[in-house]
Ligand binder design. Structure first.
Ligand SMILES: NC(=O)c1ccc[n+]([C@@H]2O[C@H](COP(=O)([O-])OP(=O)(O)OC[C@H]3O[C@@H](n4cnc5c(N)ncnc54)[C@H](OP(=O)(O)O)[C@@H]3O)[C@@H](O)[C@H]2O)c1
Length: 345
């Protein structure tokens, strides 16, 4: 079967499209024909080999995928499922880890996944939409709703709001009735954030963004006024201590990652003076993924899709992610021919 593959860690020059052997089903597995798979911020990190996780080589990128069931491993109990059912599996597999990280990913024509991981795609949701949801929107859902408990009337600051998790956070915060301050790195991205519903946008490359947040939300004061109620910070690095300067008394700072540095300097004075709360959020549950699929089916949420590309388009898509040229999600459709599918900007 055709697949996007890298045989060693390095730059996007390592990405090739080639024939791989068919997936070998293990007892309890389903075989899925991939209709769509999507890239995430961690794919370039896995390609570069810059995480502490050990990837099997040769490796195929993409943790997220959607498609239809082709077969079940011999002797396995399929439970409620049958061949032809449309599914968007939860990509974390017990004992194997995350698809696209420690197990082979889905930028290919067929994948194996344990039957308990299967999640049905409701009518009206396309493979492209479903494949955009799990990792980015699942993580955003858990951060904003389950862990962050964002409420109507609160002000939420989303840093690096233009990626998969970020656009999901902006959309979910707006649907909860919050005021959203969103940062991004270009005029075009800021326009797109406004179109998505962000109430205030800040250029994180051009502006003193902390001062810009103070102008919008005020400086934190001990008696409660000033500052934002919630900061979403998966950027880390120097943005970590700067974010504390934006957070109101009793405010919540949520994190699910550290794009530019996981052990940044902090400023403990802000945490005690303003009794700030730091809240971690990791992954999402199958139930949270089902709720997202239902929202899309009901027309309450439309995942932001930057581009849909063929397997051959994966290399330029990965370059665009690395160069911060993507707004929302990049989806790969294996059925697209080598020259079809819009290429990334
Ligand atoms: N724990 C979990 O379960 C979990 C799950 C999913 C993701 N994550 C983490 O969440 C983060 C976001 O993931 P994602 O898939 O949404 O990534 P993404 O699509 O690549 O988006 C990341 C965003 O961060 C901003 N950014 C990139 N480099 C930056 C820099 N040097 N300084 C400031 N901003 C920068 C970019 O926005 P601008 O260029 O517009 O600034 C980009 O849109 C990653 O750290 C990822 O590892 C964690």
């Amino acid at each position: 079967m055709r697949a996007v593959v890298y045989h060693q860690h390095g730059s996007t020059d390592e990405l090739v499209v080639e024939d791989l052997p068919e997936p070998q089903l293990r007892p309890g597995d389903a075989l899925i024909e991939v209709g769509a798979a999507s890239l995430n911020g961690f794919d370039p990190m896995m390609l570069a080999g810059s995480t502490s996780l050990e990837t099997p080589l040769p490796m195929v990128p993409c943790g997220d995928f959607a498609g239809r069931i082709l077969a079940f491993a011999e002797g396995s109990d399929p439970g409620p499922w049958k061949e032809g059912d449309r599914v968007c599996p939860h990509p974390f597999v017990l004992g194997e880890g995350m698809t696209g990280e420690t197990r082979v990913g889905a930028a290919c024509e067929r994948v194996r996944i344990p039957i308990p991981n299967l999640i049905a795609i409701p009518d009206g949701v396309s493979d492209v939409q479903a494949a955009s949801l799990p990792i980015a929107y699942g993580t955003a859902y858990r951060m904003m709703i389950t862990r962050g408990e964002v409420r109507a009337g609160e002000t939420v600051l989303v840093l690096g709001a233009t990626g998969g998790v970020g656009t999901g956070c902006v959309q979910l915060a707006k649907s909860l009735g919050a005021t959203v301050i969103a940062t991004g790195s270009s005029e075009a991205k800021l326009d797109a954030l406004r179109d998505l519903g962000a109430d205030h946008v800040i250029d994180n490359k051009q502006d003193d963004w902390v001062r810009a947040v103070h102008e919008i939300a005020g400086k934190p004061r001990m008696l409660g006024s000033g500052g934002v109620d919630v900061v979403i910070n998966y950027i880390g690095g120097e943005t970590w201590a700067e974010s504390l300067r934006c957070l109101r008394s009793d405010g919540r700072m949520l994190t699910c990652g550290a794009t530019i540095g996981f052990n940044p300097p902090t400023d403990i004075r802000y945490i005690w003076t303003y009794e700030q709360r730091i809240i971690g959020s990791n992954g999402w549950t199958p139930d949270e993924q089902r709720k997202l699929l239902e929202r899309v089916a009901a027309g309450d949420l439309a995942p932001v899709i930057d581009s849909v590309v063929s397997l051959e388009g994966a290399r330029s898509a990965m370059d665009a992610l690395i160069d911060r040229r993507v707004f929302g999600k990049v989806v790969i459709e294996p059925a697209l021919g080598p020259r079809s599918g819009s290429l990334c900007k």
